[in-house]
Design a protein around this ligand. Structure first.
Ligand code: NAI
Length: 505
C-alpha cells in the first residue's frame, strides 16, 4: 500500500501545539485538512495562528504569497465530529489520557468510512490499549510527531499488537511524502526516542548530583566534546522540567521501576519548586533579565612539552595524534598497551574505571583519563580526570599537551567513565536492548535519534565506531563501580562482542 494520494482528506483532532503543527504539515503537502477541537473556536484560532506565522514568512521573503494562500485554503476548521466522515486518515492529538482517547476513537469509528486509517500522536500511551476496544483495532496506529511538528523531521510509525502492517507501510510512505523521516516501531513504553534518549538526561543529572562538575561545564562537554546540539541542563530547561520529568516517570513506571530509567531527585526538586526552565524564568539556569550565566570550568597550563610518546593503540582517541602533529608536537611511537606519555604524565582513554582504581590495578603513576569526543580531530573541549597520586606538574604536562592540540580541558572529579563516554555507552546499551526486543531495526533506531533529538550520530553506529568490546568494558566497569543494575550491559551487546560483530553487520 503506497502513500495516501494528496486528494485524500486528512482530519486532525486537537488543535493544540501538536495538532495545529500536524495539520500544517499535511496541508503543506497538498492535502485538504479538517481541524477539530472540543473548545469552540479553537480550531479556527489555530488556523489563524498558522496564517499569521506564514504572513511573517512571506514578509521576510521566505515564502511565496501564493504558497501561503493555497495552503491556508486547504485548512478548514470544523466543529463537529460528523464533519470528518469522509476523511481517509484521522489523526488524534488531544489530551494525553487513555480513557478520553479511547472514547474519542470509538466515536470516530462510528462516523468514519471502513477504509479510514486512525492514528494517535500519543507520546506515552500504548497503541495496543487505545485500540483495544475498537471494532477494528487493526486500523489504529501511532503517528508520533515531534515538537514542533513542522520543523522536526522524525515521525515514529507505531504498531500495536493488532495494527495492520500494510497500514503501517502506508503511514510510513505518507509521512515520507510529507517530507518527514519516518521510522517503524512497536508499541512499547517510550517507543524509540523517549526510551533510548533517557540516559542523555540521566547521566548528566547523576554527575551533577555526585558533584563531578557543574551544569555549565557538563553542558559544554556535551556540546563541544560530544557533538550534541545542547547539554542536558540547557535542553531540559528548554523542554520544561515538568514535561521532561513526567516522561521519565512514565517510562520508569511502564518498565516496572527498572533502575535504568530512574528519575532524578534533582529534577524533581526543580519541579517541586516551580523552576520549570525557560518558561518559568528559572530552571538549572536563571532566565531573569540580566542574569549572568556561569562559564564552563577549564584548567590551563603553561608547562613546556618536549614530545608525546604513543605506546600502542589508544583506540578511538587515536584521532588526537594527527591533531597533535599538526600543532607541532613531536610524536614518538612504540609498542604498549594504548597510552600516551608526556613528561611524567600518562594519558589514556577511560575504560569506565575511576582513575585511582585503574592506576592502582594497572600499576600506572600520574594517570590522567580522557573522556570520549565525538570527533577528536575537531572537538573544542575534552574532560579529564586524574588519579589521587597524579602530581601537579604531571597534571600540568597532560593539560599542556591537550591545549597544544587546541582543546580546552575540563577537570572532573574522579568519576567512572567521565561524562560523554558514560552517556554514549548508556545510550548504546538502551538502543541495544530495544533492538534485541524488536522495538525497531538498528537503522531506524539510529535515524530516530538523529532526526528526533538531533544527535550527531545514532547510538548504535556510534558504539560500532568506538568498538563494541570497549563499550562493553565501560559498562561492566560502571556496573562494578556503582554496584547497580542500572549499568548492566544488554545481552545483545555481549552477544555481538562474543560473535565479533557490530550492530550494523
Ligand atoms: P495541547 O494541550 O496543546 O492540545 C490539546 C488540544 O486538544 C487542546 O486544544 C484541547 O482543547 C483539545 N482536546 C482535548 N480533548 C479533546 C477532545 N476530546 N476532542 C477534541 N479536542 C480535544 O496538547 P499537545 O501538546 O498538542 O499534545 C497533544 C497530544 O500530542 C498528546 O497526546 C501528547 O502526548 C502528544 N505529543 C505532544 C508533544 C509535545 O511536545 N507537546 C510531542 C509529541 C506528542
Amino acid at each position: 500500500m503506497s502513500a495516501l494520494n494528496t486528494n485524500a482528506r486528512i482530519a486532525v483532532i486537537g488543535a493544540g501545539a501538536m495538532g495545529a503543527g500536524i495539520a500544517q504539515v499535511a496541508a503543506q503537502a497538498g492535502h485538504p485538512v479538517l481541524l477539530l477541537d472540543n473548545r469552540p473556536g479553537a480550531a479556527a484560532q489555530a488556523i489563524e495562528g498558522i496564517d499569521r506565522q506564514w504572513a511573517k514568512r512571506v514578509d521576510k521573503g521566505k515564502l511565496a504569497a501564493a504558497a501561503r494562500t493555497a495552503t491556508i485554503a486547504r485548512l478548514q476548521a470544523v466543529e463537529t465530529i460528523e464533519a470528518l466522515a469522509d476523511c481517509e486518515l484521522i489523526i488524534e492529538a488531544i489530551v494525553e489520557n487513555l480513557e478520553v482517547k479511547r472514547a474519542l476513537f470509538r466515536q470516530v469509528e462510528r462516523i468514519c468510512s471502513e477504509h479510514a486509517i486512525l492514528a494517535s500522536n500519543t507520546s506515552s500511551l500504548s497503541i495496543t490499549s487505545i485500540a483495544a476496544q475498537l471494532n477494528r483495532p487493526e486500523r489504529l496506529l501511532g503517528l508520533h510527531f515531534f515538537n514542533p511538528a513542522p520543523i522536526m523531521a522524525l515521525v515514529e510509525i507505531v504498531s500495536g499488537l493488532a495494527s495492520d502492517p500494510a497500514l503501517a507501510e502506508c503511514l510510513y510512505d505518507t509521512a515520507k511524502a510529507w517530507g518527514k523521516k519516518p521510522v517503524h516501531t512497536r508499541s512499547t513504553p517510550g517507543f524509540i526516542v523517549n526510551r533510548v534518549a533517557r540516559p542523555f538526561y540521566a547521566e548528566s543529572l547523576r554527575l551533577l548530583q555526585e558533584g563531578a562538575a557543574d551544569c555549565p561545564t557538563l553542558d559544554a562537554l556535551m556540546r563541544d566534546a560530544g557533538g550534541f546540539a545542547m547539554g542536558a541542563f540547557e535542553l531540559t530547561d528548554l523542554i520544561g522540567h515538568d514535561v521532561n520529568y513526567a516522561v521519565t516517570c512514565s517510562v520508569f513506571d511502564a518498565w516496572y521501576g527498572d533502575t535504568r530509567f530512574q528519575p532524578s531527585l534533582i529534577q524533581k526538586e526543580l519541579v517541586d519548586a516551580g523552576r520549570l526552565g525557560r518558561k518559568s524564568g528559572h530552571g538549572f539556569y536563571s532566565y531573569a533579565e540580566g542574569a549572568q550565566r556561569a562559564q564552563p570550568a577549564h584548567i590551563s597550563s603553561d608547562a613546556a612539552i618536549e614530545n608525546c610518546v604513543v605506546e600502542g593503540d589508544p583506540g578511538i582517541a587515536q584521532a588526537l595524534i594527527p591533531r597533535l602533529r599538526e600543532h607541532g608536537v613531536e610524536i614518538v611511537q612504540r609498542d604498549g598497551p594504548g597510552l600516551l606519555r608526556v613528561g611524567d604524565a600518562v594519558l589514556a582513554l577511560s575504560d569506565g574505571r575511576m582513575a585511582s582504581q585503574r592506576a592502582k590495578e594497572d600499576g600506572l603513576r600520574n594517570l590522567i583519563l580522557l573522556d570520549l569526543a565525538f570527533d577528536y580531530g575537531k572537538a573544542g573541549r575534552i574532560a579529564i580526570s586524574c588519579s589521587a597520586d597524579t602530581s601537579q606538574s604531571a597534571l600540568e604536562q597532560g593539560v599542556a599537551l591537550l591545549q597544544r592540540a587546541g582543546l580546552q580541558v575540563s577537570l572532573l572529579s574522579d568519576s567512572p567513565a567521565l561524562a560523554v563516554l558514560r552517556t554514549v555507552a548508556m545510550l548504546a546499551n538502551e538502543a541495544a536492548d530495544a533492538l534485541q526486543q524488536g522495538v525497531a531495526s538498528a537503522s531506524d533506531i539510529d535515524l530516530a535519534l538523529r532526526a528526533g533529538v538531533n544527535y550527531p550520530q545514532g547510538p548504535l553506529a556510534w558504539a560500532d565506531a568506538i568498538g563494541l568490546p570497549h563499550i562493553l568494558k565501560v559498562l561492566e566497569n560502571l556496573q562494578a563501580s556503582y554496584g547497580e543494575e542500572r549499568y548492566r550491559p544488554a545481552l545483545l551487546l555481549r552477544r555481538r562482542v562474543a560473535e565479533g560483530r557490530t550492530f550494523h553487520d
